[in-house]
Design a protein around this ligand. Sequence first.
Ligand code: ATP
Length: 430
Amino acid sequence: MERTYIKDIEPEKEITISGWIERIRNPKSMIFIVLRDITGVVQVTIDKSTQPEITEKLSNVIANSVITLRGVAHLSEYVKMGGIEFIPSDVTIDSVAEALPITKEASLDQRLNYRWIDLRDNAKNLIFRVNTTLEKGLRDYMIETGAIEIHTPKITVQSSEGGSEVFKLDYFGQPAYLTQSPQLYKQMAMASGFDKVFEIGDYFRAESSFTNRHATEFIGFDFEISHITSHHDIMDYLEGALRRALSDVKQKHEKELQEVYNVTIDIPECDFPRIPFDEALSIVEKEYGYKGSKEDFDPESEKYICQYVKEKYNSDFVYITEYPFEARAFYSMKCEDNPRLCKSFDLLWKGIEITSGAQREHRYDVLKAQIAEKGINPEVMNDYLEFFKYGCPTHGGVGLGIARMLAKLLNLPTIKEAVYIFRGPNRITP
Ligand code: ATP
C-alpha cells in the first residue's frame, strides 16, 4: 500500500494517509479530526449522514489513537490547516488509545516515566532531527578530511579516565568495566598509523551527579589525530568540525528552530578565542570579582568567562587552554616551558564545558613517569603503555558530549530533555 505523507498531500487525488489523532470533535452531524504524522497535520472531515460505516468505526476512538485513511483531499477556504480538508472513503483503526497518563504540564520526572508519550510532539522530535543533522555534520566533516571511523570496545579491563567513576561488571568471573571514553583505544589507532580517527559512541560514568549536564550513560563524539605540532592543531580541527555541523543545522532547521524554540544559531565570525587557564582565572577575578579554584575551572568561572568572551569578541565559544597538569588526566602532555601546565584545553559554549581535549604524551618513558606521578598503579596501565613502545606519532584529540551541546543549542534546561532516554543515578527506566 502506497502511503502519502501529510506534507505531500495533493488535492483531488485518491491517496492513503496514516497518523495519530491529535484532536477529534464529534458534533451532531459531522466528525472533525486533526490527523498528525511526522511531517505535519491535516483536517479530516466526515459527514455522518453519507458515511455511516466510517462513523461507526470511529465511534470509540479518542485522541492519540492511530488510524489509516483512504480518500481525497479538497481545497477548502474554510479550513485553517493549509486550506485542505481530507474526505475519507475508508478508515482502518490501527490502534485505539486509552486516555493518556500524563499531560504536557506534568513534572519532568513524570514525563520521563512516560518518555514515549512525552516525545510524541513536533517540538520533541525536532530535538532528534537536529541531533541527526548535528552528528551527520560532524561525521561528514571527519570523513571528508580523511578520518577513519572506528568503534572501540565498551567492555574493558582498565578504566580509561582513572578514578572510581566506573561501572564494574562480572565478565565470566573476571572483573571488567564499562568504558568511560574511547580514549585509550583512540590512541591505539594512532599507534596503528590510522592518522585520523573518530567515533560517535556510548560511554558510561558511575558518577552520582544530580546536575543538568551529567548522565551515567552518554553519547560522545571523539576524534584523535596524528603528527601534530601542538594542541592548537587539535583546536583548529575541532573548530572546523563544529562550524560545519552547526552550519548544516542552521541550513536545515533554522526556521523551525526559531519558531519552536525561539533560538538562532550564531556561528562566530572570528576564530574561537583561546585563553590560557591562568589568564582566564585572572579575567574572571578582575572583571567579575569571582575567585575560582586555582586547580580547575568551576561552573561559575565557566559562566563568567563565556560572558566576557561574548561581550569582547561576540563569540559563544571559548577555548580555555593549558590547564594545570594536576587537574588533567595522566596522558596529557606537559608544556615544555612550564611543566606545571599541560597542553590540554576545554571548549566552553554558552556558559558550559562541551569538550575536553589535549595533546597526549606519546613518549613511552615520559608517559610511564606521568602514570607514576599521578599515583596510578603502573601494572594496571601495562597493556596501554605497550601501545607506545613500538613507534607512535605525536597525537591528540577531543571528547565532546553530544547531549550537552544539543541542550545548549536548543536552550533546553537539562540534558535529560536532549537525550532520547536519560540514565542517571536515580533512573534506569524506561
Ligand atoms: P565534567 O567536568 O563536566 O564532569 P569531564 O571533565 O568529566 O566533564 P570529560 O571526561 O573531559 O568530561 O569528557 C568530555 C566531554 O564529554 C565533556 O566535555 C562533556 O561534554 C561530555 N561528558 C563527560 N561526562 C559526561 C556525563 N556524565 N554526562 C554527559 N556528558 C558528559
